[in-house]
Design a protein around this ligand. Structure first.
Ligand code: ADP
Ligand code: ZN
Ligand code: ZN
Length: 748
């Protein structure tokens, strides 16, 4: 007999409150997770609707007390669809159904939200200046004051507007003054309930291009499939600036005209006004955006608008994938290789895989786009599972930059101990003279700076986590150290805690260090720095980018944040300080990530009319990821990297299931991990078992982490292994102090 767990109200708060009903045998073949069913409820057995969130063959109560489902609806509601997607996520990534449902459905708004009012200009700067003169002439000083303040804002802020209460308070003007400016159509006052749509308020220049032949070919193929009812996954491999976004927009245009809806995923970091505006100017108020700074209520509102059909296109990071569109037609994933598409908390799903599954369920297509595709996507494209398209030229006519690879070992032999090679120094000086801009990129992915003793060589570690403490700057000097896992923080000691020597040093190149070096070598150069420290505030990073674009600095210094999707026409030089730092990361994707970062960083140079140059400084000039990134030759890189993956049986050739055993008691974690690894090896001969070993970070907040890995070509066998371990854990009483977490093909 089959039993169904049913929720009667989908609000995340009530998730734990499920009721069990029996499934009549004639419904067994139709019922799935997500099914909308009619059930008798309460004492009066009133018939109400509910959703199935779980199925099992064991009753929780005496069978005679379990009521039976009355009816099952054939028509699939969008909630049903999302719930079954949650079921699929749970099955394929190993999480609880609750966590999976929380991921696919945003929290319903509980409290009444505060309304934030914003003032923003409705006219362009030129007109605004005329109004200022006019008001000054008429001695309307308060009005002139407001407009003059708005004029002082930089481009992005000018369009985004300013907080209403800030203006009233700081400029000492009354609400009446603002109201009168609004009446005259000079400004608008908007209550931020919905996400505002700044682009159509201002007459944003609508850029539209006639697609070039490479672009047109892609559009024709995709739309011809679409019209013939063929749905599949496409991968557009196009160098940066080759016009991918333009292709997405033209295809979306068509799909929307057919009455279908579209989800566009872009990495959070690229969710700048610059990108979003291109969609706004095309689709106006039919587009909505979600991003991490929206409150739960605001996000819920956007999802409601999608469900009600007030919008056709949703743009956002990973979680936008679950927009409850009723008639989805297309999902676009831009910068498909980005690691932010991998969820790091349970359920640890990958947006690409979930998108493809949602598309399959809804009869939609998927378009992936990247200049540096993930090995997964490219492997499947080469094998024919996805259809592969290429864009080889820069669409705007800009040319690919010249790349100079510099061997840092030779610089050292030439007694150049600075962080800039001779070549980079010369080029920086040259560009500064020409008033062109420069980006200095520090590739620190997976590489942390640390503090260690020069005498005994020991790094200073966190007592609660097995990681080294990271140096923290205060007023330009390293004075404290902090653990990035648990927050433990201490002042920098004067002597080594291990041997007592006085020779304690900070290792690792940071953005601050580079900035200091720039200031020393290039007197008068104006710098901007972009890293986790300078971008913490609201809009922090788009402000820095806007200032750089406006020419407020000559040199932008930053980590991977600066390499993503931004367009700076005046940048003609990109310096990559230590290209191979990320090659040393303890991760089978280190070479892939290194290739991607270098190729993307190099792609920042020469986006405008002027030719770009790139200086790539490295200790491993012969490594294939460096050699090929310098040539922007993805195919050659792919051919070498896929061989490595084949030899080692890593994804995408095979699949990996990571089983993480956690416990405060190290011995018991190790014992359980050992049992698991022996059991898998015994029961699943097609699975190669590795471990148990310490996890990459072996202890966090005093909890020990042991890892067992299973490798297998067949993903579904790994899912069976996961199910088996879950079932074992549920019944087990001996290892109550241990918990288990799963990671499939994790990309970090
Ligand atoms: P990608 O998304 O591949 O980085 P974009 O779509 O952003 O490329 O295009 C890069 C630049 O080229 C943009 O400034 C865009 O306006 C311009 N562009 C795109 N397609 C064309 C075209 N067919 N003709 C002229 N310019 C184009
Ligand atoms: Zn020491
Ligand atoms: Zn710690």
């Amino acid at each position: 007999m089959l039993f169904a767990d049913i929720i009667v109200d989908i609000s995340i708060k009530n998730l734990d409150k499920t009721f069990q009903y029996s499934v009549p045998s004639e419904m067994e073949k139709d019922i799935v997770i997500g099914s909308l069913v009619h059930i008798p409820f309460g004492n009066g057995n009133r018939t109400i609707k509910g959703y199935v969130v779980g199925l099992s063959d064991s009753p929780l109560l005496d069978i005679s007390k379990i009521k039976s489902i009355v009816d099952i609806e054939k028509q699939v509601a969008v909630e049903s669809h999302l719930l079954s997607l949650a079921g699929w996520i749970k099955e394929n990534y190993g999480s609880t159904m609750n966590d999976a449902i929380k991921a696919v459905m945003p929290v319903r708004r509980g409290v009444k939200e505060k309304i934030v009012k914003t003032v923003f200009p409705l006219v362009d700067r030129e007109e605004m200046e005329k109004f200022v003169l006019d008001f000054e002439k008429k001695h309307n000083t308060a009005r002139a004051r407001v407009l003059k303040y708005l004029l002082e804002l930089d481009g992005i802020l000018y369009n985004r507007g300013v907080d209403y209460s800030f203006i009233v308070k700081e400029l000492k003007v009354s609400g009446m003054v603002l109201e009168s400016l609004k009446q005259r159509g000079i400004i608008d006052i908007e209550s931020l309930r919905q996400y505002r749509n700044p682009a159509n308020k201002l007459l944003w220049e609508k850029e539209s291009h006639i697609l070039n032949s490479e672009q047109q070919y892609i559009k024709d193929c995709v739309l011809s499939d679409f019209n013939n009812g063929i749905r599949k996954t496409y991968l557009i491999h196009g160098i940066t600036g080759s016009g991918k976004t333009e292709v997405y927009i033209s295809i979306i245009n068509y799909v929307v005209a057919q009455g279908k809806q579209v989800i566009v995923l872009i990495p959070e970091i690229a969710l700048t006004l610059q990108t979003v505006n291109r969609f706004y100017s095309q689709f106006k108020e039919r587009v909505s955006v979600i991003h991490s700074r929206l409150s739960a209520g605001e996000k819920y509102d956007q999802f409601t608008r999608a469900k009600e059909g007030s919008i056709d296109i949703m743009i956002g990071p990973r979680s936008a994938l679950f927009t409850p569109f009723k008639n989805l037609g297309l999902i676009v994933i831009d910068e498909e290789h980005e690691t932010s598409y991998q969820s790091e908390s349970s359920p640890k799903y990958h947006a690409r895989e979930v998108a493809i599954h949602r598309a399959l369920m809804t009869g939609s297509s998927v378009i992936l786009g990247s200049a540096t595709p993930s090995l997964e996507a490219y492997y499947r494209a080469v094998s024919g599972e996805y259809k592969l398209f290429k864009l080889k030229k820069r669409a705007g006519g800009a040319t690919i930059p010249d790349v100079y690879t510099i061997d840092l070992r030779e610089e050292f032999e030439k007694k150049n101990y600075s962080i800039f090679s001779e070549k980079l120094k010369c080029l920086i000086e040259e560009k500064l003279l020409k008033h062109e801009q420069i980006i200095l990129f520090i590739n620190r992915r997976g590489y942390a700076s640390f503090i260690s003793c020069r005498k005994c060589g020991k790094a200073i570690g966190c007592p609660h986590c097995s990681v080294s403490l990271k140096p923290h700057m205060y007023k330009g000097v390293v004075s404290r150290m902090k653990c990035h896992f648990c927050g433990y923080e201490i002042p920098l000691p004067n002597t080594c805690p291990s041997c007592g020597s006085k020779y304690i040093d900070v290792f690792g190149i940071g953005t601050q260090q580079v900035e200091e070096a720039v200031k020393k070598h290039f007197l008068g150069a104006r710098t901007l720095r972009m890293d986790a420290d300078t971008t913490s505030g609201k809009d922090g990073h788009s402000k820095i980018l806007a200032r750089f674009k406006n020419g407020e600095a000559d040199i932008l210094i930053g980590t991977q944040m600066i390499v993503k999707g931004h367009d700076f026409p005046n940048v003609t030089l990109v310096g990559i300080i230590a290209a191979d730092l990320s090659l040393n990361a303890n991760d089978y994707r280190a070479a892939e990530h290194t290739y991607q970062l270098i190729a993307q960083a190099a792609g920042r140079a020469g986006r405008g009319k002027k030719k770009g140059e790139v200086v790539l400084q490295t200790y491993q000039p012969d490594h294939y990821s460096i050699v090929n990134a310098a040539k922007q030759d993805y195919e050659s890189f792919y051919k070498q990297e896929i061989i490595v993956r084949q030899i080692l049986q890593y994804p995408p050739v095979s699949n990996i299931l990571g089983i993480l055993v956690l416990s405060k008691n190290e011995e018991s974690a190790l014992k359980l991990a050992t049992i698991i690894s022996e059991d898998i090896a015994g029961q699943y001969p097609s699975v190669t078992v590795l471990g148990p070993t310490d996890a990459n970070v072996a202890k966090v907040k005093d909890i020990y982490r042991k890892m067992v890995y299973g490798k297998c070509k067949d993903y579904s066998i790994l899912c069976m292994v996961k199910d088996c371990i879950e079932a074992f854990k549920e019944q087990d009483t001996e290892y109550k102090d241990c918990s288990i977490d799963f990671e499939f093909n994790i990309t970090k």
